[in-house]
Design a protein around this ligand. Structure first.
Ligand SMILES: *Cc1c(COP(=O)(O)O)cnc(C)c1O
Length: 427
């Protein structure tokens, strides 16, 4: 007889005690203090004799990726919208994006008055399926936004070829893949622009933040103007007390700048990224072996991935093990066993209650726009199936000792054995 599950009043596998995220870098406090007393809290504040922290972080992040340009921004959302507009995407253009992703993948496309066209995902990597992308390309397609989701890298070899052949832009959403490598090159460097989020939940964070990277000087110039009201850095340092930015309006922009506090923090946090990614990778590999032993599938990354990173760990239950149980209830049972949140993966976009373009007047653009942005029109069988059978938990849980992985596996084993009870206990 198995002991009762924690959701049924039994003893949980553990009550918590998981690593807390974010982890401040050793130099974080000094860096913040330096900004505090610097007389400059924003890139548009006066030059005080040294480059802005924004510029210094941009240099480190570009160097980290071995590309010449980085333009930091206020969020991942801002970075994606800047990337789209820098690539010339605008009113009425179609942009292909995966159906299985955070809602920002869709809302940022709407945000530049373009049309999100939802591609299905690959059942093993959970990332955008190149076959689905090919079927969706039309004369109106201007760009593809690839998302390297959870711990998977998308099939960049095929996707870059598809974009090249169609002469459209390729943008990589790396909000969940800082530091991952494909064919020994960092993700974000394969597309025309790589966009990152440094939100609290991500593996590199300053609370709220983002960045774009590119190898194209012209795109970099446009990205700068788009994030700072049409202003960009001058080639030479100004006199003290003057602005480091020059006003060009090429193109017009909006203020989406990162504050100096956030940039200073990111410089410090970046130094921890590779080490933390390594710890997560080691624990995830251990957990993959436990999961295989109990017959639970885990997320793959596209062939060609040379360094994997984990923004979340995803487990997919085979149909016959799930026995029709509701995945949200399974997630709750797992959360109760482990004292941490284990949740279903993102719903496919048409089922996401956060995708509601009709709730905002700004998207009431007339003509056939409302019909073209209706997510219900897309057939997404794989995204739908994966979402029904998969759960995910945050990368922080992969930062502790290897024994933590045994606890995770024990909880999954316990829950899967009693999955029939979960179904019967559903309200
Ligand atoms: C977090 C995230 C974003 C948005 O980033 P914010 O910083 O929250 O604006 C976009 N795409 C994906 C895949 C994300 O995970």
């Amino acid at each position: 007889m198995s002991p009762p599950l924690a959701i049924h009043g039994g003893q949980p596998v553990r009550e918590g005690g998981w690593p807390v995220w974010p982890i401040p870098a050793p130099g974080a406090l000094n860096a913040l203090n330096e900004v505090l007393h610097s007389g400059r809290w924003s890139i548009s504040g006066p030059y005080r004799g040294q480059a802005s922290f924004d510029r210094r972080f941009a240099e480190s992040f570009a160097q980290y990726h071995d590309v010449p340009h980085c333009v930091p921004a206020a969020s991942g959302t801002a970075s994606l919208m800047m990337a789209l507009e820098a690539c010339g995407v605008g009113a009425g253009d179609e942009v292909i994006t995966p159906a299985l992703s955070w809602v920002a993948s869709a809302s940022t496309i709407l945000g530049v008055n373009a049309i999100p066209v939802f591609a299905d995902v690959d059942p093993h990597t959970l990332c955008i399926d190149p076959d689905s992308v090919e079927r969706l390309i039309s004369p109106a397609t201007k760009a593809i936004v690839v998302v390297h989701l959870y711990s998977g890298v998308a099939d960049m070899e095929r996707l870059t070829r598809i974009a090249e052949r169609a002469s459209i832009k390729l943008i990589e959403d790396c909000a969940q893949s800082h530091g991952a490598q494909y064919k020994s090159r960092k993700v974000g460097t394969f597309g025309h622009v790589g966009a990152f989020s440094m939100h609290h939940t991500k593996v590199l964070t300053c609370g709220e933040g983002g960045a774009t990277i590119t190898s194209d000087a012209e795109l970099a110039r446009r990205l700068q103007c788009l994030r700072a009201d049409g202003r960009r850095y001058a080639a030479d340092a100004p006199r003290r007390g003057y602005s480091e930015l020059i006003e060009t309006g090429e193109p017009m922009g909006s203020n989406r700048a990162l504050s100096e506090f956030q940039s200073a923090l990111l410089i410090e946090q970046l130094a921890l990224l590779d080490g933390q990614n390594e710890t997560r990778r080691r624990n995830a590999a251990l957990l993959d072996r436990y999961m295989a032993e109990i017959g639970i599938q885990t997320q793959q990354s596209a062939p060609g991935t040379t360094l994997r990173t984990y923004s979340s760990y995803v487990a997919t239950f085979p149909e016959e093990r799930l026995k029709g149980a509701d995945i949200a209830a399974v997630g709750e049972a797992l959360s109760a066993e482990l004292g941490m949140l284990v949740r279903p993966v993102y719903p496919p976009i048409y089922a996401n209650r956060l995708y509601q373009p009709r709730s905002r007047r700004r998207f009431a653009l007339g003509g056939d726009y409302p019909a073209r942005i209706d997510a219900e029109q897309f057939a997404l069988p794989v995204a739908n199936d994966i979402a029904r059978r998969s759960v995910a938990f945050h990368h922080a849980a992969l930062l502790g000792p290897g024994s933590d992985m045994a606890d995770v596996a024990t909880a999954f084993e316990r829950v899967i054995k009693q999955v029939a009870d979960i179904r019967s206990h559903q309200p």
